[in-house]
Ligand binder design. Structure first.
Ligand code: BGC
Length: 736
């Protein structure tokens, strides 16, 4: 069947391309930052004057950080009405976890394992952003990372490629919807291609040197899932990979992405990452950087001023072929056509739509729903939670307890400061208890418009005594501690993963006064809370949950929502264990010995504090009747696995049933466990259900060191349960 829609677009693209000068082609490959928000260092050329001049000449194909219908209309008008060909701009923005109404940070949302809720959250973000003139988001970030020191783990889906791939797909679908030409769907961008999450020692923008197995089995799968979901754009990254800055990597961008995977959207550089090829020591100057990046398949230059300055000359001098420009421009124009920008360049600029569709009640209800689902109950000794709703004296303590800014998290330029519901406000809704609030410690603002920096007090102990007094008088103490929303995110790597500032001291002092503590963590990454785990009876991981944060937390504390989240990233005991992850390799000396010559530390357990997939509920779940259906299987069979799940506790609840496999002997060694299936199962109190999984070639194979997907016959184990450490296991064997 002929795809008439696409054919028309391709024809329109070719016809337009044939009219374009080299300068105009280069213009399409050039993206400028707007005049307001700045999300990276601005090059010298980056003045408003240059931008306006270039816009008018048709030398700009896209802008980022322009928002609001009025502003977008203004720049779009110049592109459409004042340039020779009138090609509309594509308007990009970091819509990472919502636009004005904020969902939980992406790492938190990943903890919901609820693909429907995640898709919906992206849908709402797209509705709000598009109503504000934006038609392209720089999301989802699909970087797998095993290193909690890296500040950007808050932006991703955690450590696992299987979960990460499912979430990548849900987010792309949420942003792009079923029809990109509607005015409330926007183009998505899977980033950062590739391996940025493996920055050495978790240090931001650092070197990445990983092997082919890690690249193909861990890093690339979520990008492939995004491409298979028809993601329209891919952003490359700041890091080098095995000696080549990825912006200049032909292997990644042309060989894998565009040729092997058949990606037909376009690649945008990261902010000035084409320039950074020079600082990496891979290109001597901008001319060479432009040559390397364009040849390698970076189609658009984000705020780098390299393409606009160098590319036309490179073509005229015969150094690069005009086909390189044609290929890039075709890709860019195609996305613009698909978005319907040529039919109506102002389709995202309807002021009425902007008024009605941003920050409305239904969006707040939806982000509250996903916020509740993102909370993980790490520990609940003596069932301190859920809290009783009447007759209790509750002391609410902590520098983050009344915070209305921190819960919004990092990456939320479209939202307004101090608009989150705080935990204090959430808990005040439960009026039949007595609530006393003491901050204990202050936040220290080092805040400037862009390099937002906030620390938690590490010198002033003056408020700790009031916190202790409040705790002494309370039946239960709820402490809200962790990281401020601006202590994770881009440029916020940490060498310690403890509670910043004097929070550990505050926690220990309050504990001396009252041991009935519910510790609510707000943070953008796994933390090392070994002392808290050993001493504090109840710990709730509540991340940074966005606009409705405090309501979500209060609902969970009071049992109006039974927590169902599971960790998408391992929590280490200490920083020395990092990187730590559930899908590790056995090593040659895995077993505990009476001597020292086995794979371990002499000063720490090997095990994490909380494993990947861990999360408790107020109810309990029983697994039974775990079965593999059939005895012998060949590599092309579908293997049916079932298990019965019973809600055996006192509350209705939800369990994320997880399935892991282990391929026992491989031509390259396989991890001790790999997630290959999961289902979020709601069960009423007393109810049971049989859960079924299917294992096929897609789940049973892996990528060899040449990047080929293979399935090998041999012995396997399959595990089922409520976390990556489940003990329920069965064996099976695959033959040719
Ligand atoms: C980040 C990208 C982001 C871009 C534009 C860069 O610093 O790495 O993820 O999309 O800025 O704001």
């Amino acid at each position: 069947m002929i795809d008439t829609k696409n054919e028309t677009i391709n024809e329109r693209v070719d016809s337009l391309l044939s009219k374009m000068t080299i300068e105009e082609k280069v213009g399409q490959m050039n993206q400028y930052n707007g005049f307001w928000d700045v999300t990276g260092p601005v090059p010298e050329e980056g003045t408003a004057k240059t931008k306006f001049e270039h816009l008018k000449k048709g030398w700009v194909g896209s802008m980022l950080n322009v928002r609001g219908t009025e502003n977008v209309k203004e720049v779009q008008r110049i592109a459409v009405e004042e340039t020779r060909l009138g090609i509309p701009l594509i308007i990009g923005f970091d819509v990472i976890h919502g636009y004005k109404t904020l969902s939980p940070i992406p790492l938190a949302e990943a903890a919901s394992w609820d693909l429907e809720a995640i898709e919906k959250s992206a849908r709402i973000a797209a509705i709000e952003a598009s109503a504000s003139g934006i038609n392209w988001t720089f999301a989802p970030m699909v970087d797998i990372s095993r290193d909690a020191r890296w500040g950007r783990v808050m932006e991703g889906a955690g450590e696992d490629p299987y979960l990460g791939s499912k979430i990548a797909k849900a987010r792309v679908k949420g942003f792009q919807g079923d029809d990109l030409s509607k005015n409330n769907t926007i183009a998505a961008c899977a980033k950062h291609f590739a391996a940025y999450g493996f920055s050495e020692s978790g240090k931001e923008y650092n070197t990445v040197d990983i092997g082919t197995s890690t690249l193909h089995n861990l890093v690339l799968p979520p990008f492939k899932a995004a491409v298979d979901s028809d993601v329209k754009t891919i952003m490359n990254s700041f890091n080098e990979l095995n000696g080549v800055p990825v912006t200049a990597s032909k292997y990644l961008q042309r060989d894998i992405l565009k040729e092997k995977w058949g990606f037909n959207g376009f690649v945008i550089s990261d902010w000035a990452s084409i320039n950074e090829i020079i600082s990496w020591g891979h290109a001597e100057n901008k001319r060479e950087a432009a040559k390397l990046a364009s040849t390698a398949g970076s189609d658009m230059d984000m705020e780098g001023y390299v393409y606009v300055r160098e590319l036309a000359k490179l073509v005229e001098d015969g150094v690069i072929k005009e086909e390189i420009l044609d290929d890039a421009v075709r890709r860019i124009l195609r996305v613009k056509f698909e978005l319907g920008l040529f039919d109506d360049p102002y389709k995202y600029c309807d002021e009425e739509n902007e008024k009605q569709n941003i920050g409305n009640k239904s969006h707040h209800d939806a982000v509250l729903d996903v916020a509740k689902k993102s909370i993980v109950l790490l520990k609940n000794k003596n069932n301190l939670l859920p809290l009783k709703k009447k007759g209790q004296k509750i002391a609410l303590i902590g520098p983050l307890a009344d915070e209305k800014n921190s819960p919004l998290g990092s990456w939320r330029l479209g939202s307004d400061d101090n608009t989150a519901i705080s935990v204090l406000e959430g808990m005040q809704q439960y009026k039949e208890n007595t609530l006393v609030f003491e901050k204990g410690l202050d936040l220290v603002e080092g805040n400037t418009a862009f390099t937002q920096q906030v620390n938690i007090n590490n010198t002033d102990r003056s408020k700790i005594k009031e916190a202790i007094a409040a705790a002494k008088n309370a039946d239960v103490v709820v402490m809200v501690l962790g990281e401020h929303g601006f202590q994770s995110g881009e440029g916020r790597s940490r060498t310690e993963l403890d509670l910043p500032g004097l929070q550990q001291e505050l926690l220990e002092e309050v504990y001396k006064a009252n041991k009935n503590i519910v510790l609510v963590l707000n943070n953008g990454r796994p933390l090392t809370i070994e002392w808290a785990d050993a001493n504090i009876p109840t710990i709730v991981e509540a991340w940074q949950l966005g606009s409705q944060s405090g309501n979500a937390i209060a609902n969970v504390l009071y049992g109006d929502y039974n927590p169902s989240g599971k960790l998408p990233m391992t929590f280490p005991r200490n920083v020395g264990q990092v990187p730590i992850y559930y899908n590790y390799k056995s090593t040659g000396r895995p077993n505990k010995e009476s001597h020292v010559f086995w794979s371990h530390y002499i000063d720490s357990e090997n095990t994490p504090l909380y494993p990947f997939g861990h999360g408790l509920s107020y109810t309990s779940f029983e697994y039974s009747n775990f079965k593999i259906h059939g005895e012998k299987f060949s590599i092309n069979d579908e293997i049916k696995v079932t298990v019965d799940l019973k809600n055996s506790g006192e509350y209705d609840g939800k369990e994320v049933v997880q399935l892991y496999i282990r391929d026992l002997f491989g031509s390259t060694t396989r991890p001790v466990r790999e997630l290959k299936g999961f289902e979020l199962v709601p069960l009423k109190k007393g109810e049971s259900k049989t859960i079924e999984f299917k294992l096929t070639r897609k789940e049973l194979g892996f990528f060899d060191n040449q990047g080929n997907y293979i399935v090998e016959p041999g012995k396997f184990k399959v595990f089922v349960g409520g976390s990556s450490t489940t003990k329920l296991e069965l064996d099976f064997e695959l033959t040719e």
